[in-house]
Ligand binder design. Structure first.
Ligand SMILES: [Zn+2]
Length: 245
């Protein structure tokens, strides 16, 4: 009986999430349009040559969008991409916030975020090529990721490989949502990560607030956690525990 009530409650929540999705996507699009205007206005320094009139440069075709690296995430994007809903369509990117401590006090903590489009290289792989390019086997790395969703099977395998090869590299991954956790190959990937020594966790309400404070253009405002944040955390936490046990 209790079980039945629980699943009904979950269904209601899913329906509500679906309704909120439309609203979220509309608002996000508006914000992204605003952001794109801003980026155009700032230019990149080639403007002077184009305006000079002596020669006309054909507008260059931009390479396909792959990875964005940055310092702080737009607050709207964060609230949309990190929301720990079950109904996650429209959220077809991975956002990866990272902290790297290489044990060298003078270096300080390296922090930032990566964003992928799930079309080319995934953010997890980009982390190793873009943020670990000065990797030094003599140092001890303590790395923490806060990701909008847990890794796909291919990324999980790659990360597990790195962790097995680099004993000086400790990784903790906090995920807002579990990506396609019902799939057997995804579960195998998470198990392989766990076996390779990766600390895998689902983000708690407090982790969302921490990530907001650390990686978002928050204008010194605290994060208002969404309804069901705690219940959704508990749901995913239980699923992850079942997979890893
Ligand atoms: Zn991936």
């Amino acid at each position: 009986m209790a079980e039945k009530n629980f699943s009904m409650k979950r269904r209601e929540r899913k329906e509500r999430e679906a309704a909120e999705m439309n609203k979220d996507v509309k608002e996000l699009k508006k914000e992204e349009e605003k952001g794109a205007d801003g980026a155009e206005a700032s230019g990149d320094g080639d403007g002077a040559a184009e305006q000079n009139g002596d020669f006309q440069v054909e507008p260059m075709e931009l390479p396909p969008f792959e990875i964005i690296a940055g310092d702080r995430i737009n607050p709207f994007t964060f609230k949309f991409q990190f929301k720990n809903v079950e109904y996650s369509s429209g959220r077809n990117k991975t956002f990866l916030c990272y902290l790297v401590d290489d044990g060298n006090a003078s270096d300080g903590l390296q922090r930032g975020y990566l964003e992928d489009e799930h079309a080319g290289v995934h953010a997890e792989e980009a982390f190793f090529t873009q943020c670990m390019s000065h990797y030094d086997p003599a140092l001890k790395y303590t790395v923490t990721w806060y990701v909008s969703s847990s890794p796909c099977a291919a990324c999980a395998a790659k990360i597990a490989e790195v962790l097995t090869a680099r004993k000086n590299f400790r990784l903790s991954i906090f995920a807002a949502r579990l990506f396609e956790w019902e799939e057997a190959e995804i579960q195998d990937g998470l198990k392989a990560l766990h076996a390779a020594g990766c600390k895998l966790r689902v983000m708690k309400p407090l982790d969302f607030s921490y990530t907001w404070d650390t990686f978002v253009e928050n204008e010194d405002e605290a994060l208002n956690l969404w309804e069901d944040c705690k219940e959704n955390y508990e749901y995913y936490h239980e699923k992850l525990a079942d997979i890893l046990q």
